[in-house]
Ligand binder design. Structure first.
Ligand SMILES: [Mg+2]
Length: 236
């Protein structure tokens, strides 16, 4: 029996209109962040390493980081309608984020959406006992070092339950999880990758566009996927 589709949704730049983690880095990371930004843009370090290095140059002040995150967080139009429709059709909405993560629940709560989200897979950022800003990546792959949060594994696990998965995202790192999706709703960099890798995808600009996406067929993507979350991770 095929169940209703599940939605796997990125947070930064997808649910919110800006990438809050990136904005924290650019506006609060100071001069020290510029070198990190440079090597990341030249694809010399993966996102997991970006998180670790950027945490070292951010102010060690969670109150400041959270207040800025809440100030900058704007929810993309149609998100409430999307959650309502997903609830009515029995489709779980799962958030998977590979940013600093600590602001996700506060942002959703402030905008009145927290209770309607099924589950949130995210990293955690906090001040450790040595007064250092630390990023924990509890959903990272055990071997692969690319992503902090293995979104592909979350997609695969939903599919194992018999649910087709609609992947909704915007960023370049979303391509790994998206490559396992039965349909991909892509914007920005993810749209470019979706075209390049020939994903089954549609472009979206806000959540109103998602309302018309039907239920895709559950498919085995193991041959065409960009990574193997059950194996050694990103394919060479
Ligand atoms: Mg994103």
């Amino acid at each position: 029996m095929t169940l209703n589709a599940a939605y796997l949704v990125d947070f930064d730049g997808t649910i919110t209109t800006v990438d809050i983690s990136y904005k924290l880095a650019v506006f609060l990371g100071g001069e020290d962040y510029k070198n990190i930004d440079d090597v990341y843009r030249r694809k010399k370090i993966p996102i997991r390493e970006w998180l670790k290095r950027t945490a070292q140059v951010l102010p060690h002040d969670m109150d400041l980081l959270l207040s800025k995150s809440l100030e900058w967080a704007e929810i993309r139009p149609g998100f409430g309608q999307f959650l309502k429709q997903a609830g009515e059709q029995g489709s779980p909405v799962i958030i998977a984020s590979d940013g600093f993560g600590f602001y996700i629940e506060p942002v959703l709560k402030r905008h009145g959406f927290l209770e309607q989200v099924g589950f949130i897979y995210r990293n955690d950022t906090y001040i450790d006992l040595n007064n250092k800003l630390e990023v924990k990546t509890p959903h990272a792959h055990s071997i692969c070092t690319v992503c902090g949060n293995c979104k592909a594994l979350h997609v695969v696990n939903l599919k194992k339950q018999g649910r087709p998965v609609i992947y909704i995202g915007d960023g370049s790192n979303d391509r790994y999880g998206a490559s396992w999706g039965d349909h991909v709703c892509a914007r920005d960099q993810l749209a470019e990758y979706s075209r390049q890798y020939n994903f089954d995808y549609s472009r979206w600009s806000d959540f109103y566009d998602i309302l018309d996406v039907g239920t895709p067929r559950l498919q085995d993507r193991s041959a065409s996927s960009l990574c193997c979350p059950m194996g050694s991770g990103v394919k060479k």
